[in-house]
Design a protein around this ligand. Sequence first.
Ligand SMILES: Cc1cc2nc3c(=O)[nH]c(=O)nc-3n(C[C@H](O)[C@H](O)[C@H](O)COP(=O)(O)OP(=O)(O)OC[C@H]3O[C@@H](n4cnc5c(N)ncnc54)[C@H](O)[C@@H]3O)c2cc1C
Ligand code: SF4
Ligand code: SF4
Length: 462
Amino acid sequence: MAVRIQSDLDQLELIKKNYCIGCGVCTTTKHTSLYLDEIGKYKLKLKNIDSTNVNEVLEICPFSSKANNEDKLGELLFSTENIRKNDNLGFYLSNYIGHIKEDSIRLKASSGGIITWLLKNLLNTGYITHAVHVGNSKSRPLLFEYSISEEEEAILTGASSRYYPVELSKVLNYIKNNDGRYAIVALPCFAKGIRLLQQRNSLYKERIKYVISPVCGHLKTANYARFLAWQKGIFPNELNSINFRKKIPDRLASQYGTEFFSIKNNQNLVTTVNNSTYKMGTDWGHGMFKNPACDFCDDTFGEVADISVGDAWLPQYIKDYKGNSVIVVRNPEIDEILKADTKNGELYLDKVEPEMVEKSQAGGIRNKRGDLKYRLWLKEQKGNWYPPKRIGAFDNDINDKRKKIVRLRIQISQVSHQLFIESLNKGNLKYFYKKMMPLLNHYFITYYGPIKFIKHKLKQLL
Ligand SMILES: Cc1cc2nc3c(=O)[nH]c(=O)nc-3n(C[C@H](O)[C@H](O)[C@H](O)COP(=O)(O)OP(=O)(O)OC[C@H]3O[C@@H](n4cnc5c(N)ncnc54)[C@H](O)[C@@H]3O)c2cc1C
Ligand code: SF4
Ligand code: SF4
C-alpha cells in the first residue's frame, strides 16, 4: 500500500530530499534551480514556491505522482496500428543490433556509434537544425555539461557516454529563446521530464523533434570520475577530462578501459588504464557513487524516446572490441533513416526480436523490476513515501539471498558517497579502501559464496 503524504509541497520536499535526479526540467517554471552538492550530484533549490504554484513543478517532474507514467506517455506518443508493446522495451516498431561502418566515429563512440551517426544524419539532411548532447564543460570543476551543436564536427566531439551528472536548464532555456528543430540525447528519466514538459508547453513540443535515449543502468555522481582518477595517482583537482569508454583492441567490447586527461605542473598528461586494474568502483552491480534516485527507476530502455540505444552485451556481439549497439525504434521516420543507411552501406544492422534486446540488458532489467519491488517494500516498512512506480511493493518476488544483495547494494552506494568526502578531507585514499573493503567482502561472500571468496582473495595475493 502506497504511503500517503500531507500536501503537494510535502511531496516536492520529499522529491528534493530523496528522489530528484537533477534533470533540470523543472527550472523552466522559474521556481527552482540546481547546484552541485557535496556528493557530486545536482540538488534542487526551491524559489518562491507555495501551494498555488507547486503543481507547475510536479506536473513535469519525472518522479512526481502528478506526472503521467511512461506507459501513458508512450501511448500518447507512439500508439499506431503497426506498433507493438513489450513489458521492458515499451512501445517498439523495430529492434536492431549493429554499428556504423565508419571507424573514425565508431571508435570514439561508446557502443556502435549509432547515436552520433543519427545526430549527424539528422543535421546533414535538414531534419534538425540543432543537436543537443553532452560535451566537455567550459567551466571547472564540472567536466561535462549539455551543449548544442549546429555542425557535424561539434557533434563528433560529444560521442561516448559520460557517467557524470548533467542537467538541462541552460539548453532548455536556449531552446525557448531560439527557434529551430532540435534533437536531444537524454537518459530515460530526463526524456520523461522532456515529454512531460512538451505536454504542458507547446513551444517545446514544436521545437524538440526527436528525443534519443541511451539505455540506462544508473547515473554516477561527479565523485565517481574523481575516485577512478585518484586510484591511478591523479589527484581529483588535477583531473581535466575523462573518457569512461576507451576501446582497447583485441579485448572484448565489455572490457573497455578509461582514459584520463590531467594537468600536473602545467603539463598536459594522458593516462590510459585497463579497468580490471582498479581496486574498486567499476563493478556496476556494487552501485558505488550511484545517484540515489536511480534506485527508484523502472525504465531501462527510455520508453518515451523516439529511439533508444544501448550496449549489445551479448556473446556474439561483444567479441568485437569496436562495439555494437542494441536499438529500439519507436518513430517511423527514424526507422526509415536506419533502413536507408543500412541499404546504402553506411550502417551494419541485424534486425532482432525484442527478447534478444531484453537479453542484452538482463542485469539492468532484474534490478529495475524484481529488485525494485523489494526496495519499494523496504520503504513501506519504514513508512516512507516513494514516487509511484508501474510495479508494486513486494517482498516475495525475490529470494532471501537476492534480498540481502539488494540491501548490501543500497548500503555500498550510500557509504561510498560519505567515505569519499571523508577520504578527500583526510587526503587519504587508503582510508576509503580500508572502510569499504569489509562491505565489499560481505557482498562477495553473499553473491558467490565462501569458497569462491577464498579463491578470489588468494588470487589477489599472488
Ligand atoms: C549514465 C549512463 C548509463 C548507461 N547505462 C547503460 C546500461 O546499463 N546498459 C547499456 O546497454 N547502456 C547503457 N548506457 C548507454 C551506453 O553507454 C551508450 O550510450 C549507448 O550504447 C549508445 O552508444 P552509441 O555508441 O550509439 O553512442 P555514442 O555515439 O557514443 O553517443 C553517445 C551520446 O550520448 C550522449 N551522452 C553521453 N553522456 C550522457 C549523459 N550522461 N546523459 C545524456 N546523454 C549523454 C553523448 O553526448 C552522445 O551524443 C548508459 C549511458 C549513460 C550515459
Ligand atoms: S524535474 Fe528533475 S530537477 Fe526538477 S525536481 Fe524533478 S527530478 Fe529534480
Ligand atoms: S537509472 Fe533511471 S533515474 Fe537513474 S539516471 Fe538512469 S533513467 Fe534516470
